[in-house]
Design a protein around this ligand. Structure first.
Ligand SMILES: *[C@@H]1O[C@H](CO)[C@@H](O)[C@H](O)[C@H]1NC(C)=O
Ligand SMILES: *[C@@H]1O[C@H](CO)[C@@H](O)[C@H](O)[C@H]1NC(C)=O
Length: 337
């Protein structure tokens, strides 16, 4: 009863079919990140600049303690960063995982995309400085490489408020419908060293295709990465699905196997329509995301859908014959259980 009233009132606040380009959307109410991305677009930057600047803002501000340096220590007490960025025009991706002692993970991810022929670099050997502007020339010689520019690091006071949120995921579209998407996170607290979640995995943490749209996911990455929810949502939008419906289907697909997983996804299509969906789970009944378009920096709250997998999905006879009992999933508090 209350839920349906809430949904009804939200529908009034957020008119459906609303469209406007350019557009920036990101997971969680990380408003300064949205503002940074928006101002990058407004000052003539590309959608990649917007995604990079927006996520970098969160890395600097250590959004919720779950993005950037100093948060979510692994089992051995070390913070490692994961990030990715994707160019929806060219389907180029740069991603980094298990990055240590570098604050600007999304900057390194972009450098991987723009200055190397690779897609995903991990660990300390994946580090070449935010510009990845190295010498000697990697196309001509082997390393060791040295960065040409020094890394500028901002020392800031550490925030005390560590919530259970994770990952900034962002999608940006410019007025011509170019799409970029990206993520940045410091991963799961108390993880086994070396654990990498969904954020830097293309199609899982985020996906962008300027001929279809963009999506970014947040939540229990160990589970979500198995379903490539961002890729699925973008493909559904390509096939004509409304962004909210595409987001919901991506969430339901995971729910079929893990009914209580913690996770949410944001979706935008190339005309600037957007939506989001989340799974109702312990600690997640409402999900907040940020939108900037003609009315900059609105926080939008959605109710997570509480349907059981049985109600939201009909099993085909083939699937039903193979289906194992769906066990409610509770995320581990510690890496080793
Ligand atoms: C957002 O930016 C404002 C202005 O720079 C700053 O005062 C505020 O602390 C920032 N918010 C967070 C959560 O860091
Ligand atoms: C985006 O989604 C909206 C709402 O479903 C739809 O009206 C619009 O045609 C879609 N745009 C594209 C380019 O598919």
């Amino acid at each position: 009863m209350f839920g349906s009233l809430l949904i009804a009132s939200l529908t009034v606040l957020v008119p459906l079919g609303h469209t406007s380009l350019p557009l920036v959307i990101n997971t969680w109410p990380f408003k300064n990140a949205t503002a940074a991305a928006w101002s990058a677009l407004q000052s003539g930057g590309s959608v990649l600049d917007a995604v990079e600047k927006g996520c970098a803002r969160c890395e600097m501000e250590q959004c919720d303690g779950s993005v950037g340096y100093g948060g979510s220590p692994d089992e051995s007490g070390e913070t490692t960063l994961d990030a990715m960025i994707m160019n929806g025009d060219t389907i180029e991706v740069g991603a980094v995982a298990d990055l240590r002692r570098i604050k600007n993970a999304i900057g390194v991810a972009r450098a991987v995309m723009e200055h190397t022929d690779h897609t995903l670099l991990v660990g300390e050997s994946g580090q070449c400085g935010p510009e990845c502007n190295v010498f000697p020339d990697p196309s001509k010689s082997c390393g060791p490489y040295k960065p040409r520019a020094t890394v500028k690091q901002n020392i800031r006071a550490q925030h005390a408020n560590i919530h259970s949120h994770d990952t900034i995921g962002m999608v940006a579209l410019d007025k011509d419908g170019h799409v970029a998407a990206g993520t940045s996170t410091n991963g799961l607290t108390h993880k086994v060293p070396g654990r990498v979640g969904d954020s830097p995995i293309v199609g899982a943490g985020a996906y962008a295709d300027s001929s279809a749209g963009g999506a970014a996911a947040t939540g229990d990455g160990d589970l979500m990465m198995r379903f490539l929810p961002s890729y699925l949502a973008v493909e559904l939008m390509r096939a004509g699905a409304d962004p909210s419906a595409a987001c919901k289907t991506a969430i339901s697909r995971i729910k079929r196997h893990y009914s209580e997983f913690f996770g949410a996804i944001i979706c935008a299509n190339t005309s600037g329509h957007y939506g989001a969906a989340c799974n109702k789970a312990p600690g997640l009944s409402q999900f907040h995301y940020m939108v900037s378009d003609s009315e900059p920096h609105n926080a939008i709250e959605i109710s997570c859908f509480p349907f059981s997998p049985q109600r939201s999905y009909t099993w085909s006879p083939w699937e039903a014959s193979r289906r194992r009992t769906v066990v409610p999933y509770s995320p581990p508090l510690c890496g080793r259980l």
